[in-house]
Design a protein. Structure first.
Ligand code: FES
Lengths: 142, 233
């Protein structure tokens, strides 16, 4: 499989590898998998609750080069963005940026899913943490 | 005439008789191009069922590969030689898939439009992902310990991974048994259905169930092979 230069670059120098404290209420964790190949990806974001800006992002991916590059790129992209902006990132943006071939589309889907899952996790933590007037279902999950 | 380009499966390219989509024309015996919508099941003259008896399949495979073999066509027209090459390679592909129960389910799901690249899909159960991820991390640690020749660390990690390996091999057997069960249910539904087709709702449900099992299986399979590889070193 010939990888594009950008994939190789991210693969050799992945940005933001690592993890954040899962228990920190300002951290959201997304753990997702690609059933096509059985690869897994964890992406975490640290969000400022006041500004809704993603201040920190980390990932760890056990998968192919495209998945590693996609998640590396995803962490770069979400940093400094607001939650809403980050949620609008599409896997097709990643495909375009990294010139992924059709058989590698699912690797980029993994990264999009991971961003969404991480933000959703953070949202449900927020909902649970704020003593809400009406109890939310998210609170029950914690 | 380019034989492989004809709207195949209707009438014979040579004598015009109806072929019924078979490998050879019933009237003149000439080798035929594969119908455009042909699938591996049809190739072997089988219904779209999943429990396939191995020895009968093998016998049919040998019989067909003998009949379609390019050696039989050395003196035939160029177009027929070409068809024989094509059909022989398709035969090998078809056989490889049909004789492997997992590949066969995957193939069926593909035919039914269930396994498109990048399509929206269901996530695996979170506990499974969690477990797979953690084990991958341990594998990483083992790799790291090896690199730094940290024998103490290696000695604590190895038995833990061996334990996990056993556990996941057990899971793989379970998932394979699930898949075999679903395959039998699919076949039963096909048998019950009119014209050999299960009712749509039932079909959909069974396909989704098999898709789900295959998804779970790919994580387990992937992990089992990484663990095997790592522990073998
Ligand atoms: S091949 Fe599995 S994520 Fe790329």
């Amino acid at each position: 499989m010939a990888y594009s230069d950008k994939v190789v670059e991210h693969y050799n120098h992945p940005r933001n590898v690592g993890s954040l404290d899962k228990k920190d209420p300002s951290v959201g964790t997304g753990l997702v998998g690609a059933p096509e190949c059985g690869d897994v990806m964890k992406l975490q974001v640290k969000i400022n609750p006041q500004t809704q800006v993603i201040e920190e992002a980390k990932f760890k991916t056990f998968g192919c080069g495209s998945a590693i590059a996609s998640s590396s790129l995803a962490t770069e992209w979400v940093k400094g963005k607001t939650v809403e902006e980050a949620l609008s990132i599409k896997n097709t943006d990643i495909v375009r940026e990294l010139s992924l071939p059709p058989v590698k589309i699912h690797c980029s889907v993994l990264a999009e899913d991971a961003i969404k899952a991480a933000i959703n996790d953070w949202k449900s933590k927020q909902a649970a943490g704020v003593p809400a007037a009406e109890p939310t279902t998210a609170a029950a999950k914690q | 005439m380019n034989v492989t380009q004809t709207a195949a499966g209707t009438s014979c390219w040579s004598c015009n008789a109806a072929t019924g989509g078979g490998h050879f024309c019933a009237a003149c015996g000439k080798i035929q191009p594969l119908p455009r919508d042909a699938n591996y099941f049809q190739f072997f003259g089988l219904p779209r069922k999943l429990v396939i008896e191995g020895s009968a399949l093998e016998a049919k495979f040998h019989q067909l590969s003998w009949k379609l073999h390019p050696d039989n066509f050395v003196r035939a027209a160029e177009a027929e030689r070409q068809l024989s090459l094509e059909r022989s390679s398709q035969l090998n592909d078809a056989y490889r898939v049909l004789r492997d129960p997992v590949a066969c389910v995957e193939y069926l799901l593909g035919l039914e439009g269930m396994r498109k690249e990048g399509a929206a899909k269901q996530q695996a159960p979170p506990e499974l992902l969690e477990e797979v991820f953690e084990l991958n991390e341990s594998l990483d640690e083992l790799r790291g310990a090896r690199q730094s020749a940290d024998q103490v660390e290696i000695n604590t990690l190895r038995p833990r991974l061996q334990e996990a390996q056993k556990n996941f091999e057990g899971k793989l057997r379970e998932v394979d048994a699930d898949l075999a069960g679903a395959a039998r249910d699919w076949d039963a539904a096909v048998d019950r259905g009119t014209n050999g087709n299960a009712s749509n709702a039932e079909r959909g449900k069974l396909l989704a169930r098999m898709n789900d099992i295959l998804n779970r299986r790919s994580y387990i399979r992937n992990l089992v092979s990484s663990v095997e590889q790592e522990l073998a070193e």
